[in-house]
Design a protein around this ligand. Structure first.
Ligand code: NDP
Length: 329
């Protein structure tokens, strides 16, 4: 399959070019808003084409487009890709508002192409094993979930994310979407309402760099999530707590595979062995299945809309001080 990349971004450079090649596909072109940056990216990764206008892809017979420019520019890129009949893998959050994300999904549906969202964490071995335990009622009745997902945003990424709300900056848009998707993958449901508080602790300039929120699910389960940018040395963990047992995944909420998973039960603690597959490679394999019309675990465009809806509700709750119902349409 031939891919074009829209966005000369860090994530494309660090993970996605090699992931595409690992699954046997090819990256034929990069599109950047800046011609020089496109050329640098193409040179660095050995790509034939460096473009500054996505419409020029029409001559390259591209099958799929990976979109990883800033969040406010995803919609235009997705619409153009869909209009060319290309499958789409778009970064999260899909957009900066729900209507835009919905238009993106509709454009792909109209064009008859697959749209996926790059929620890589669901491809983690720990997530898959936790889901299996849940499916086999291994926790008893599920009571609560806790997600501690506060990181230190690397210095080279401290650009638009920490000072540009228009581009979709802020830790809620960046990380709460992942937490919503991880929990949806595990629980099979999305929250119906949220309550949140955010703060700026010195890194965020005009956007929050720290957020804590409580989410209530239709099943009655409640979840606590913490997302932050300004906490070097914080560990990350995802816990599912049942009335018979619990699961604790430590150090799995990362780009690179790793971490550990413990199943705590009445008869003792059991460490579950994790495979350490590349999450982005696994995601692309799942997207291939989606394109082939096979059952798959890829986050769809619709899943990206829902994770964005949760993040937007978290922001609204923090701004208003109110409990906010999550609106998915
Ligand atoms: P970057 O800041 O690296 O790149 C985003 C855009 O900013 C690029 O597309 C580029 O625009 C522009 N840009 C890059 N470098 C420069 C520069 N030196 N000067 C000026 N502009 C520059 O973003 P990330 O890679 O961190 O994130 C991109 C997208 O991917 C976001 O939507 C983010 O949320 C998502 N993401 C997803 C992850 C995941 O695991 N799923 C992980 C990290 C990010 P242009 O293309 O026009 O040149």
């Amino acid at each position: 399959m031939k891919w074009a990349f829209v966005g000369a971004s860090n994530i494309a450079s660090e993970w996605m070019v090699s992931a595409v090649r690992t699954v046997g596909d090819e990256v034929v072109a990069v599109v950047s808003g800046n011609a020089e940056r496109a050329q640098d990216f193409a040179r660095q990764h050995g790509l034939v084409q460096a473009l500054s206008d996505q419409r020029a892809l029409v001559d390259l017979e591209v099958d799929a487009v990976y979109i990883s420019n800033t969040n406010d520019r995803h919609e235009v890129a997705v619409s153009q890709a869909a209009a060319m009949g290309c499958h789409v893998l778009c970064e999260k959050p899909l957009a900066t508002d729900l209507a835009a994300a919905r238009r993106m999904v509709a454009a792909c549906q109209l064009a008859g192409v697959v749209m996926s969202t790059n929620h890589h964490l669901r491809h983690n071995s720990a997530h898959r094993q936790m889901r299996d335990v849940l499916r086999h009622q291994g926790l008893g009745r599920l009571v609560a979930a806790r997600v501690s997902h506060s990181v230190f945003l690397p210095v080279q990424l401290q650009g638009w994310r920490i000072d540009n709300p228009t581009a979709g900056g802020g830790v809620v848009m960046d990380i709460a979407v992942h937490n919503a998707d991880s929990l949806a993958f595990l629980l099979g449901e999305y929250p119906s309402e949220v309550m949140a508080m955010t703060s700026a602790s010195g890194m965020g300039q005009g956007v929050e760099d720290n957020a804590m929120s409580l989410w209530r699910y239709p099943s009655g389960l409640t979840a606590f999530t913490h997302q932050g940018f300004n906490t070097p040395h914080a560990s990350n963990r995802l816990e599912l707590l049942g009335d018979q047992a619990s699961l604790e995944a430590r150090g799995v909420l990362n780009q690179a595979p790793g971490g550990e998973l413990v199943w705590r039960r009445a008869d003792g603690n059991l460490s579950l062995r994790l495979d350490h597959d590349n999450l982005y490679v696994r995601g692309l394999r799942e997207m291939h299945k989606a394109i082939a019309g096979e059952p798959n675990d890829m986050a769809s465009g619709e899943a990206g809309v829902k994770s964005l809806a949760v993040a937007l509700a978290v922001l609204e709750s923090a701004q208003t001080g109110q409990r906010v119902p999550v609106r998915y349409d």
